[in-house]
Design a protein. Structure first.
Length: 255
């Protein structure tokens, strides 16, 4: 029913570290929202060994595996709650494949077409907190990378982080975008562009990595960057181009 291109997914994931290197940042504070069983923890830990990672995973089945997976990793903090637009509890759809679970109900046609019943779900009530409240309680003033993979519920996470976003205290936002109808009332690309654009975040890159059997883009990963970081990266690039031109002119003169 879908075609996954691993190299495309890796390409956009690695773009985060190209930007971090360009900015000259040595250690990172990363929020992994929708951590599942720790796949991104492994990737971030390998790429940035000095990083501190806060993982949020509300699915009780996935969280058990996440705890086992991250045992003895002192740089990882695990939180068994969802990040949403309010504090308290919320409905949650725990699918057979835990990475597909969401605060949003899967579209009924997916369950009908899925031969392995991966979208079949248990309806649960789980705890939730806002990003702003969590950071206030934890004394977090700045997040280098906010990774969000919550199956169409991205606006809820962003609404809960309005204070951080309005003061541009999140450097990079790396999130999954659903481009085909998968969950009821899921976020659209236009909605995410409008929401983050209102806080002056720049869409830096967007790479589809899953396609339908008909060849249409189904899911993509997007990379947004805060305005001050975008300015730093662009100024550094312009200086590099200018220096290269000066070196080339000097070389031609000497020749």
């Amino acid at each position: 029913m879908s075609i996954f291109y691993e190299e495309k997914e890796k390409e956009i994931f690695d773009r985060q570290f190209f930007l971090i290197e360009a900015l000259g940042i040595d250690s990172l504070l990363i929020f992994d929202v929708g951590a599942n069983i720790g796949q991104s923890v492994d990737r971030y830990s390998k790429a940035e060994p000095a990083s501190i990672i806060h993982c949020f995973e509300p699915n009780p089945y996935a969280f058990e595996e996440l705890v086992r997976h991250c045992e003895n990793r002192n740089h990882v903090k695990l939180v068994n709650s969802a990040l949403s637009d309010h504090y308290g509890s919320t409905r949650f759809y725990a699918t057979q494949r835990t990475e597909l679970s969401s605060l949003l109900r899967p579209e009924s046609w997916l369950s009908a077409l899925s031969s392995d019943e991966k979208y079949k779900f248990d309806e649960l009530f789980i705890s939730c907190i806002t990003l702003d409240q969590y950071c206030q309680d934890s004394g977090v003033e700045w997040i280098d990378i906010l990774k969000i993979d919550v199956q169409g519920a991205e606006p809820k996470v962003l609404q809960g982080g309005a204070k951080l976003l309005s003061s541009n205290r999140i450097g990079l936002i790396y999130l999954e975008v659903m481009l085909a109808d998968t969950y009821v009332n899921q976020a659209t690309l236009a909605q995410l562009l409008e929401t983050l654009g209102a806080y002056h975040y720049r869409l830096w890159d967007l790479v589809p990595f899953t396609y339908t059997s008909a060849g249409a883009a189904w899911t993509a990963n997007a990379l947004f960057i805060c305005p001050q970081w975008a300015k730093q990266v662009e100024e550094k690039s312009r200086r590099s181009i200018s220096e290269n031109k000066s070196d080339q002119k000097q070389h031609n003169h000497d020749s």
